[in-house]
Design a protein around this ligand. Sequence first.
Ligand code: ADP
Ligand code: MG
Length: 268
Amino acid sequence: MPPADDRRDRESDGAVLELQNVSFTYAARGGLLEAVANVDLTIDRGEFVCIVGPSGCGKTTLLRLMAGFILPTQGKVLDAGEPVRGPDWRRGMVFQQPYLYPWLTVLGNIEFGPRARGVPAAERARLVQGYLQMVKLEEFADRHTYELSGGMQQRVALARVLANEPHTLLMDEPFGALDALTREHMQDELLAVWRRTGATVVLVTHSVEEAVYLGTRVVACSHRPARIIAEIETCFSRTNGAGSQGRTIKADPEFVRLREQVLGYIWD
Ligand code: ADP
Ligand code: MG
């Protein structure tokens, strides 16, 4: 089980992820399609960065660049100063749909990464128990994932990535497929996980409200190709105690003002 205090030192300086003048062009059928243009972005350890922008502007492409699934056609992506050359367990990706292994139990899914990396059994058990508990699924450890609701499946997907102890969680509209109420609960659970682990989070969402609620910084992107048009510091996720305060915070005049400000950047 992970220690209660932050394993990663939030105080230590230095960027976790750095994008330097990054552009990406897809070679699509019969032509080129520029998805990301000249993005400069520095993400520090322990930050919670939310990326918003119009549909199809290049947000997923940006995350895939950070993950190392694709490499920039121009510019550099750096992880702790080192160029990203491919995917790495230390940068864990959570997708909109929880891609789980249906032939494995909840426990088996969470254990998959550490097992593949050769983590010894005792250490593996410790990790799995800790993260099962963190996402509140201890009672469901032996179930198959198809027996679970969408929200529970997404919690398994989160725990599965966390079991690799990534320094950064890359999340692509992770709650987009959930009903409104489950989504709000998941937001608070994610905040709790973020505080517990000290991990850096980069989350893409089409919900400006979600971004302002969760983020320590909101990055607003232009229409395709994605360029950064504004970066807005937010503070609600640092200060709120999570849980039932969520509704109050989202109705707070300062929250509403920031939400409208961010919306103003991406609204046409
Ligand atoms: P967003 O996540 O903001 O909706 P994406 O990053 O998924 O945007 O896509 C940006 C643009 O790149 C879109 O026009 C999309 O159609 C295009 N695109 C995405 N993936 C590919 C691909 N594999 N090949 C060609 N074009 C792609
Ligand atoms: Mg997308």
